[in-house]
Design a protein around this ligand. Structure first.
Ligand SMILES: Nc1nc2c(ncn2[C@@H]2O[C@H](COP(=O)(O)OP(=O)(O)OP(=O)(O)O)[C@@H](O)[C@H]2O)c(=O)[nH]1
Ligand SMILES: [Zn+2]
Length: 353
């Protein structure tokens, strides 16, 4: 398979630095417990990372992830060692499970996300806003998919489509039914050759059904990679990155199903551009847009220029962001204090000698 079919382009090519001569370039299609399945022009390799990469990694985020372009040293027809992760143009991540504020990477180098919502109970503009924020902060372009259109009458459908188009003016909105395949032609048409896609959306909206419809099932079938495992390990992993029939590339993995609110510092601003534009006219520079006099934002909400629920959702996301930022600050402080403590111990040890 040509690298271009996996999304390779000049931008990635230009990011290759010297010192990688003699190494093979490939894309990570599956990761499982620090073992990676990498596809290159020479075929598929089961790979691990070099010790150097492991020890110089500042955190989990420096390890390869699905979607990454990597430089690898090939050993034989099946195995290789990853020497370097090439620069990422987009990163989809979430807070790692647990109390620490570590970031866990779900997938990288994604061009577009289909954000799926359905016409039933799941329909929520506020939730959509969260996913858009996630996309903007991850450098991924969003496309909205309203699924299960077979469940509602035509007028209800156009009302819901209207709500989406009004609130998110610049984002494409497609109505489909993944189970009857209505509207899927349009989805296939907008998928571009060599571009990488993923699906986001809450549980039950029909992401798997859509993936299966797009990839005509057989591509997503669980394929054993155990054949490659010479040490007798039996790993049954399936490919999380697949090339679709029409040339698009689709990443779908379990982590996608669990994305929460990410590091939204930049994404929030983009999603709520209207609010941020107004904020420049607030009387106070550090206006929180809640109780201040001369606040241009609350005035716009009162006059109806800004949608009240969009405004409330903005405040809510803002609070969560502040909380998340402070968790990171605490973690950094802890790490620092721990460093100081170690130094202190070393000092005591020395002076006792
Ligand atoms: N009526 C109708 N039902 C659908 C449609 N698409 C999916 N469903 C049904 O909705 C249910 C959930 O679909 P899934 O594809 O499993 O949803 P999902 O988003 O992958 O859910 P998770 O795996 O939990 O994230 C299934 O029972 C599907 O058959 C549709 O277009 N119309
Ligand atoms: Zn204000």
């Amino acid at each position: 398979m040509k690298l271009e079919a996996l999304g390779y382009n000049n931008e990635i090519k230009n990011s290759l630095d010297i010192g990688l001569e003699g190494l093979e370039i490939g894309r990570v299609i599956t990761e499982h417990k620090e073992r990676y399945l990498v596809q290159s022009e020479k075929g598929e390799f089961e790979a691990e990372i070099t010790g150097n990469l492991r020890y110089t990694a500042a955190g989990r985020a420096d390890f390869p992830a699905v979607g990454d372009w990597v430089a690898l040293m090939v050993f034989d027809t099946h195995s290789a060692i990853i020497h370097k992760v090439l620069p990422r143009f987009s990163v989809l991540s979430r807070k790692a499970v647990g109390v620490t504020a570590d970031i866990q990477i779900i997938a990288t180098n994604i061009d577009f996300a289909f954000i799926v919502l359905s016409v039933d109970e799941d329909f929520s503009l506020n939730r959509m806003e969260r996913y858009l924020t996630l996309c903007h902060s991850s450098c991924i372009q969003p496309i909205i998919i309203l699924n299960k259109m077979d469940l509602v009458a035509e007028d209800r459908l156009s009302e819901l489509m209207g709500q989406l188009k009004n609130r998110f003016e610049e984002i494409p909105v497609l109505g489909i039914s993944a189970s009857t395949t209505q509207g899927l032609k349009r989805v296939r048409e907008i998928i571009e050759v060599g571009k990488t896609y993923c699906l986001l959306g809450s549980s039950g909206v029909g992401k798997s059904t859509l993936v299966n419809a797009l990839s005509q099932k057989r591509l997503m079938e669980t394929k054993k990679v155990s054949d490659y495992s010479k040490k007798g390990r039996h790993t049954t992993t399936h490919r999380e990155l697949v090339v679709l029939e029409n040339g698009g590339i689709l990443i779908d993995n379990p982590g996608m199903r669990e994305v929460g609110l990410p590091d939204v510092s930049n994404g929030l601003d983009k999603t709520f551009e209207d609010i941020l534009d107004l904020a420049a006219h607030c009387k106070f520079k550090d206006c929180t847009h809640t109780v201040e006099t001369g606040c241009a934002v609350t005035q716009a909400v009162e006059s109806g220029d800004i949608d009240k629920s969009a405004y409330e959702n903005y405040l809510k996301l803002k609070r969560e962001q502040v909380h998340f930022d402070s968790t990171i600050a605490e973690k950094r402080k802890k790490d620092k204090d721990f460093g100081k403590m170690i130094k202190h111990f070393k000092y005591i040890k020395k002076s006792n000698k």
